[in-house]
Design a protein around this ligand. Structure first.
Ligand SMILES: Nc1ncnc2c1ncn2[C@@H]1O[C@H](COP(=O)(O)OP(=O)(O)OP(=O)(O)O)[C@@H](O)[C@H]1O
Ligand SMILES: [Mg+2]
Length: 255
C-alpha cells in the first residue's frame, strides 16, 4: 500500500489511499557488453496507482521498453524490487510470474508479436482463453476487434493486414483479456492520425474504467490526455508529474 511506500516512491499525482498497481524501488537493469556495463535502467523509483493513465516519454535507448518489460514480468531487475498488483516479482517463482502475465498484465508490444498462422480473430480469442475465459471467448474477441475498427478484417492473417491493422489486432488482444494493468509500447507508432485517435480513445476508456494504463510513446502530444508523464533519459527518471497542457480530450490532440 502507498502508506507503506519507501521514501522516493511518492509522486505528484498520488491520491492518498489509492492502492499502488506498480511499484519500483531502486531498480536497475544492467547488461554486460564487451567487458563493459550498460545500464538500461538506473536507480528507478516509481509508484503507479490503480486507474492511473501514465505516459512514458524518452529518446530511443532511454530504457522505455526495459521499464515495461520489468512491469510486465518479462524481464527481471538486476537490482531493486518490482511489485505489481501487490506481488513482489523479485524472487518470485516461474509459476508466479506466469500467473501474473496471465491474470494481471496485458501487453501491447512495440513489434506486435501476433501468431502468423492464426487469423486476427484467432489471435485475440487465443489470448482470451489463455487469460482463463474459455466460455464466450470468441464473442469477446469479436467485440474487441470491433472496438478497434477491425470487424471486417477478423478472418485475415497478420500477413494480410497493414502495419496499423496488425497493431490494432495486438491492441484488441490486450484489451480482450480484461487484465487490470495495460502496458503499451508505442501503440500509435505505425498508425495514421485517425486510427491513432481511435486507439487512444480505447486506451483512455480503459483507464476511465479503472484499469491502470501505461503507454510508451515518442509523441509528446499524447501525454496531454495522461494523468501523469514520466520522462526517461539514459535509464533514469528525469521528470515525473502532470503533463504540460494536460486535461485534453483525445479529440483535442493534433499531430
Ligand atoms: N540485451 C541487451 N544487451 C545489451 N544492451 C541492451 C539490451 N537490451 C537493451 N539494451 C540497451 O538498453 C538501453 C535501453 O533499451 P530500451 O530498449 O529499453 O530503449 P527504448 O527507450 O525502448 O528505445 P526505443 O525508443 O528505441 O524503443 C539501450 O541503450 C539498449 O541498447
Ligand atoms: Mg523501445
Amino acid at each position: 500500500m502507498s502508506t507503506d511506500a519507501p521514501a522516493g516512491t511518492t509522486h505528484p499525482g498520488h491520491r492518498p489511499g489509492a492502492p499502488a498497481a506498480v511499484q519500483l524501488v531502486n531498480v536497475s537493469r544492467r547488461y554486460q557488453v564487451g567487458g563493459g556495463t550498460v545500464y538500461a535502467l538506473r536507480d528507478v523509483n516509481l509508484e503507479i496507482d490503480e486507474g492511473e493513465f501514465v505516459v512514458v516519454l524518452g529518446p530511443s535507448g532511454s530504457g522505455k521498453t526495459t521499464l515495461l518489460n520489468m512491469i510486465g514480468a518479462l524481464d527481471a531487475a538486476s537490482d531493486g524490487t518490482v511489485t505489481v498488483a501487490g506481488r513482489n516479482l523479485t524472487g518470485a517463482s516461474r509459476a508466479e510470474l506466469s500467473k501474473l502475465r496471465r491474470d494481471t498484465v496485458a501487453f501491447i508490444f512495440q513489434t506486435f508479436n501476433l501468431f502468423p498462422t492464426l487469423t486476427a480473430l484467432e489471435n485475440v480469442q487465443c489470448a482470451v482463453e489463455i487469460a482463463g475465459q474459455r466460455r464466450g471467448a470468441r464473442a469477446i474477441a469479436e467485440k474487441a476487434l470491433t472496438n478497434v475498427g477491425l470487424a471486417e478484417r477478423k478472418l485475415h492473417y497478420p500477413a494480410e493486414l497493414s502495419g496499423g491493422e496488425q497493431q490494432r489486432v495486438a491492441i484488441a488482444r490486450a484489451l480482450a483479456t480484461g487484465n487490470p494493468v495495460l502496458i503499451a509500447d508505442e501503440p500509435t507508432g505505425d498508425l495514421d492520425y485517425r486510427t491513432g485517435v481511435q486507439v487512444l480513445t480505447v486506451l483512455k476508456q480503459q483507464a476511465d474504467a479503472g484499469h491502470t494504463v501505461i503507454v510508451v510513446t515518442h509523441n509528446r502530444e499524447i501525454s496531454r490526455i495522461a494523468d501523469r508523464v514520466i520522462e526517461l533519459s539514459s535509464g533514469r527518471v528525469v521528470s515525473d508529474g502532470p503533463p504540460l497542457g494536460g486535461g485534453a480530450a483525445v479529440a483535442d490532440l493534433r499531430w
